[in-house]
Structure formats: C-alpha cells, structure tokens
Ligand binder design. Structure first.
Ligand SMILES: Nc1ncnc2c1ncn2[C@@H]1O[C@H](COP(=O)(O)OP(=O)(O)OP(=O)(O)O)[C@@H](O)[C@H]1O
Length: 290
C-alpha cells in the first residue's frame, strides 16, 4: 500500500515516533524525537556513543517506556500487544547472546520451539546465512564473523517484518563487515524493513535509504544520504585535469572560467564538492562520530 507524501510515493509507515522523550536520573537521554520509517526501508540511526541509539531501540521494542510522546510500530504501540510485536520484530544487539556449549543448530532449535516454527525453517536459515556446514559446531568454537551470523540467524528465524540491528558490525573486521552488509541487503531485498544503528558513516552511506543524525538525544537531521550531501554541499567545485591534478576553487562562473583559461591542460571532470556524511555530522554537531 502506498501513500503520497510531498509528491513522492512512499510505503506505509512501519515506525513513527512523535515528540518522544525519556530521561534517566533527570538527564534527558532522548528529547523530542520525531521520525518516520517506511516499510521496506533500511533506516540508519546514526550517532556517537551515548547519543541514545540503544535507548531508541529499547523503546521501539517494548523494553522501555517513554516519558512522553507517541510511538507506533507496525500500527500499534509497542506495549499494546507485546507477543504480537515479538512475532513481527527481530533484534540483534550487543546483549543478544546464545548458549556457548550448544551447537549452532541446538541454539536455533530453542528459538524455533518458542516460535513454534516448522522443522524446515532451521536448515533454510542456516543456508541463507551460509552456516549449513557449521550447524553441528559448538557456538564457543565459532569465529567472530560466524557468531554474528548465528545472531542474525536467531534474529530472523521467525521471519520478522522489521529487524532492529544495534551496531551490527561493531568490532568486526572489514571483510566480515562486508558479509554482514550483504546479509542486510539480501534481507531487505526479501522485504524486511531494517532499523540500523551505527556510528559508521560509510556503512550508513552504503546501506541506508534514509538516515537520522542523533546527538545527545536530539535529532539534528533526517534525510536521504545523497540529498543530504547535496544540501550541505560546499560552494566549491573540484576540477580534475588529464595529468591527474585536482584543483578546488569557488563555485563561481568567473572563477571557473579564469581557471580553465589559465590552466593550459585538458579537463576530465568538474564536480561540486560534496561532503560525506561524517563531515555533515561534524558540521551539524561539532562532534566526530567514531
Ligand atoms: N538504564 C539506564 N540508566 C541510566 N542511564 C542510562 C540507562 N540507559 C541509558 N542511559 C544513558 O542514556 C544515554 C543514551 O544511552 P544509549 O545506550 O541509548 O546510547 P547509545 O547511542 O546506544 O550509545 P552506544 O553507542 O555507546 O551504545 C547515555 O547517557 C546513557 O548513559
């Protein structure tokens, strides 16, 4: 189902947060948070340590109650029907553990029984996450990347429509992170909406249809990565010459004409200078992300 918003057809809202706030010991952890996540998106929730990312996931998944504001997840308040909510969401976070002494299959079997899933589901998920050959291995014997895949397997076992991923590549090496990115993309192609927290801006740029910047509990900006880069583009252009030299000059007709006339070499490209998400975040908050 689609609705028209701002001239663009968008899928229905999967998550909405309106004026949401929560504080711990009188300190605001989230302050007037407003976001909408559409069905089928990979939505990136970006912020440095302590920004309020995990708190947001806890609010959206009925692990915490907000002090003020409204939250809707797939058309209902999280605490309205917690068992229905848990049939529809999957969570992968720091503290999602598994039984170290049990095999991969045994770990999944426990959750499969809780959700009353057909026996065919475990081999299906093992195959999806390239874990079939490791099914009999004890969890404690798995590499870090395999453990992460087991956590994914557990989180998606019951085919949730919405998946919360709390820093899914934190502490993983680049090649394992790439595997995780591929898994996320595949799940999303198969129809899963993904709410992803990260402080890795490149990860967000690669994966997310939209991102929100969160700093000290406050949303500073929300948008499509490419549009944000254009919005915050600096008033400068970069000229690449055939000899490989690059020159950055003001985005001004006269300046560009003078540069090209005086250069005495061929131009390959002229591009406006677009900041990356990391630079935009720094400009908006004065804070580095990593
Ligand atoms: N149960 C709690 N009791 C007291 N303070 C808390 C509690 N949970 C979170 N906080 C505080 O709320 C703020 C946001 O924490 P949160 O864990 O949501 O941040 P985060 O963005 O997920 O950080 P990180 O990337 O380090 O996990 C922090 O200042 C944190 O200390």
């Amino acid at each position: 189902m689609h609705v028209l918003r701002g001239g663009i057809y968008m899928n229905q809202d999967c998550i909405t947060m309106e004026h949401v706030g929560i504080s711990f010991q009188k300190k605001m952890a989230l302050d007037d948070v407003n976001i909408r996540v559409s069905e089928g998106e990979i939505f990136g929730f970006l912020g440095p340590s302590g920004a309020g990312k995990t708190t947001t996931i806890k609010l959206l998944s009925a692990q915490l109650r907000q002090d003020c504001g409204q939250i809707s997840v797939m058309g209902m308040e999280p605490f309205e029907d917690v068992s229905r909510l848990y049939q529809n969401i999957g969570i992968l976070s720091d503290n999602s553990g598994f039984y170290e002494k049990m095999s991969v299959e045994e770990n999944l079997k426990i959750f499969s029984e809780i959700y009353r899933l057909p026996k065919t589901r475990i081999p299906e998920v093992l195959d999806q996450l390239h874990l079939t050959e490791d099914g009999k291995k004890k969890a404690e014997k798995l590499s870090r990347g395999m453990k992460q895949r087991l956590l994914f397997a557990r989180a998606i076992l019951h085919k949730p429509k919405l998946l919360f991923l709390d820093e899914p590549t934190a502490n993983l090496d680049p090649s394992t992170s790439e595997d995780v990115h591929d898994i996320i993309k595949q799940l999303n192609r198969d129809g899963t909406t993904v709410f992803l927290t990260t402080h890795d801006m490149e990860e967000a740029d690669e994966l997310c249809s939209r991102v929100a910047f969160l700093n000290e509990g406050v949303i500073k900006e929300v948008g499509v990565p490419e549009e944000l880069k254009i919005k915050y583009a600096k008033d400068r252009v970069k000229i690449l010459y055939t000899d490989g030299t690059v020159k950055e000059i003001p985005k001004d007709k006269t300046a560009i004409a003078e540069e090209l006339l005086s250069a005495d070499k061929e131009v390959v490209t002229i591009h406006s200078v677009e900041p990356d998400l990391k630079t935009i975040f720094l400009d908006l908050t004065g804070r580095e992300l990593a």
